[in-house]
Design a protein around this ligand. Structure first.
Ligand code: ADP
Length: 162
């Protein structure tokens, strides 16, 4: 049976840190589904379709990757509906750990057959988060090495219009 992993997240915007986790996941699993979470409570810069388009563009040369979205349902139900057995998440800091530990335990009790697999960030991405990048760009700073130039162009256009 092929092992399918779901890599869920906000990806607002997708960063080099996200792409690194997805690429490394593709070496371990037969398929990775990147699942853009739609959370109406969050004020996103990019809409879910825009985030999906960006991810598709960044991952267009990768095989065995699918970009999808999910809304208003438990992550474990979504994972099951895709025939997946793994939730793939990245870990950066101790703050990530506390949040992820709680989520992983909750998901385990909801769906014991699904495993959450954590991948430690690579050192050059350890400080990267979507929110930090949004802040740097909003204040006119450079984002080279943090996000792909395509993403940078799109986010700068957005910020200009605000
Ligand atoms: P969420 O809102 O669900 O945390 P994010 O888009 O912020 O969504 O992150 C999605 C996943 O990617 C999370 O597992 C997060 O820990 C991981 N991630 C984000 N940035 C990095 C990074 N720089 N290095 C490794 N993992 C990361």
């Amino acid at each position: 049976m092929p092992i399918i992993a779901v890599c869920p997240g906000s990806f607002d915007p997708p960063t080099e840190g996200h792409i690194n986790i997805i690429e490394r996941g593709l070496k371990l699993f037969d398929k990775v589904i990147v699942a853009v979470a739609v959370n109406s409570a969050k004020k996103n810069v990019f809409s879910a379709p825009e985030r999906m388009d960006l991810l598709k563009e960044l991952l267009k040369n990768k095989k065995n990757v699918e970009v999808d979205t999910f809304e208003d349902r438990l992550l474990v139900d979504y994972v099951r509906s895709k025939g997946a057995r793994v939730i793939l998440r990245g870990l950066r800091t101790i703050q990530d750990y506390e949040y992820e530990f709680q989520m992983a335990l909750a998901n385990k009790s909801l769906a014991p057959e699904i495993e959450t697999v954590f991948m430690m960030t690579e050192s050059q991405y350890s400080h990267l988060s979507s929110s930090l990048i949004r802040e740097i760009l909003a204040l006119g700073g450079p984002a080279a090495g943090m996000i792909h130039p395509t993403v940078e162009k799109k986010i700068r256009e957005k910020l200009k219009r605000r």
